[in-house]
Write a protein that binds this ligand. Sequence first.
Ligand code: MLT
Ligand code: MN
Length: 312
Amino acid sequence: MRVKIIGSAAGGGFPQWNCNYRLSRAARTCMPGVQSRTQSSVAASADGTGWVLFNASPDIRQQIAQTPDLQPAADAPRRSTSIRAVVLTNADVDHVAGLLSLRERQPFAIYATAQVLATLKTNSIFNVLDPAIVPRRLLAPTQEMAICGADGHPTGVVVGSFPVPGKVALYLEQRGDPDADFSSGTGDTIGVRISGADGLGAVFYVPGCARIDAALRERLAGAACLLFDGTFYTDDEMITAGVGQKTGARMGHIAMSGEAGSIAALADVKIGRRIFIHVNNTNPVLDESSAEHAAVKAADWEVAADGMEMEF
Ligand code: MLT
Ligand code: MN
């Protein structure tokens, strides 16, 4: 099983187009130790030929351009792709907008929860992907599913999905009652367990998660690798950076640091390799010379960068 991180930043990417915070400025000027990153997406392959994407980010065109494995093979037909399927972990813009770039009547399959499939159906722009060519399949919660291409042929990648505390996409929030939306655990946001057909060497990808409870800790125990929500280092980071009014909790993202943070909550869970992904452009860990980056490393976590690859 090969797993590639093709995008490691949160929504907006790094640098974000309109962000003038010190970190985006540092990325723009290529300051040493501050790497630019595209938006959250992972690719997995069991055979090295066909690939399953986990989320389709608005940067997908650039991500394919940077990843020869995702480009048409030299001897392939005039229209071709190695992307067999796209699995969606929620309906956030940073995870679904890239589907629009995959139009051109190219067969592949989409897998998502009932909620996310309903969102795609409601937004008619996604009809650029004709369901007769790009089938949309239900990712049944908690079941292990063999991911197949549009032709029904198994890719060899097996995915188990599970709801995590999270929120509906920003554009689906009910203005009257945001509380009802941002900490649900009902499948608006899921995590996935990615493995080969033998079930071995599982990698977990959980790019959005509001809370870590006992059930999640138990589920993650024994993972070969965890790619986890690294949006914020502190809960009030957007506010102190002067770029927004929302806390991480309000956005459905647990912070890395603090007593209730993800580093502490997962400290005693046995995990082979732990990597923060979906890192927001306000997160100080993006600067490798920062104290926060050092603290994350000292806690045995890595910070994902685009192009990181693992083999299991
Ligand atoms: C998130 O992860 O909270 C969203 O991607 C935010 C957004 O939609 O910009
Ligand atoms: Mn996001």
